[in-house]
Design a protein around this ligand. Sequence first.
Ligand code: ZN
Length: 505
Amino acid sequence: MAREPVEIFEQLCDSTREVVMLRSLEGLLDWDERTQLPPAGGEYRADQVAYVAGLVHQKQTAPEVGEWLDELADSPLAADSTSDHGSTIRLLKRDYEKKTCLPQSLVEELARTSVLGQQVWASARRENDFSSFQPILEKTVTLKRQESAAHGSSETPYDPLLDDYEPGESTKNIARVLGELRDALVPLVQAISESSFSPDVSLLERDYPVAAQESFGRLAAEAIGFDFQAGRLDVSIHPFCAGLGPGDVRLTTRYDPNKFNDAFFSILHEAGHGIYDQGLPRQHYGLPLGKDVSMGIHESQSRLWENLVGRSRAFWEHFFPQAQTVFPTALGDVNGDNFYSAINDVRPSLIRVDADEVTYNLHILIRFELELALIEDQLQVADLPDAWNEKYQHYLGIDPPTDTEGVLQDIHWGAGLFGYFPTYALGNLYASQFFAQAEKDLGDLSADFRRGEFSRLREWLNENIHQHGRRYTPAELAERITGAPLTHEALLGHLTDKYSAIYGF
Ligand code: ZN
């Protein structure tokens, strides 16, 4: 006798939760590797990771999962694609098809090339030698084009790659929005550069003892709503946030005793990611409705807390007096206005990860335009360094003196991550769009921030974004929340208002 759809559905969910549990073990191994693992343990750790990854792949692509999905597709459970059951079936089907449409040989080749590509990239960057990186990057681009083709036909081969990070988004749409942003940002950056005002950033390079930085960062993360009963803060070389399961979200940062910005703003950034993970509906954990929707939306949450809240004047009206108490040597004689302009210093620079709130988007634009051209076969890898330098001159007015500080600075392309970069800019765009809507719904939030009060904003984010998991695509979510599709206007408006006031133009 045929089984009831509900029974099949439960079996599908159990199997999916098992995959998520394995993936959380992978995440725990990765967190441990980046924060605790002694160097000599690296080799065995690689074996452990490969073993768990194998189990994940096996479970994810098991033929019975495809059969269950087929059986459920025509069942009443799938009839309403927005119901809990319907959404879950629809999203699991999508995930399964994405995982199984690539030939095994291509998956293996991509994985091998990614590991090798990162190694070759690291030494090429160290030696400032692009030519040693060129062959493996050429191979990576070829494989990514094959990967794209395996997903079926699309308007541009970039679409399926972008879709891995930003489900449902199209290259055409983001190229338009990011292009509009670029055309408005280039003159804005120029106006800032030509301003006679220059913030005194040296006050951020005074004596900031690490222990005090840590306690102050924790204080701020807790104030904006990161729950330390359900999370941790540790140290790693590159800051990250790992959502390892319900009640277990881990942030990391790094400290430099002579730099205030690095640790403080990376803690706020990662706490923003963490608040999203902590806000996902627990009852759906392990299933699509309990998972974050996309890289761009995840980044919108970190950017919102880091920049729109954490670099605002109102935030520092509350926190600056406390910062003066915590860092008396560095900040005792500094006034709040000078501190505010120092943390909002804008200047065209070479390195993306050190870039300010304004120029950061241009760093992303450059990468997006170049990787799109590579994938569309409009640009050859051999011509990449020249194309890179030309765009840095054109958009930011600077000439990278070496490839190490230019085209070789990021790990992404060596690792085969094409389609990833634009999500950083989408994060900034969505953050501004959501923040503007939150102020429409809740009224001026700066009065809250001045009192050190962030719960109304956090609850608004939870209600409008976190609690939906993957029920809506990023574009649908933006449309539902703000009544408008993705646009560059909110971000541009925020940047123009804020920086014309600071730089006086
Ligand atoms: Zn982030």
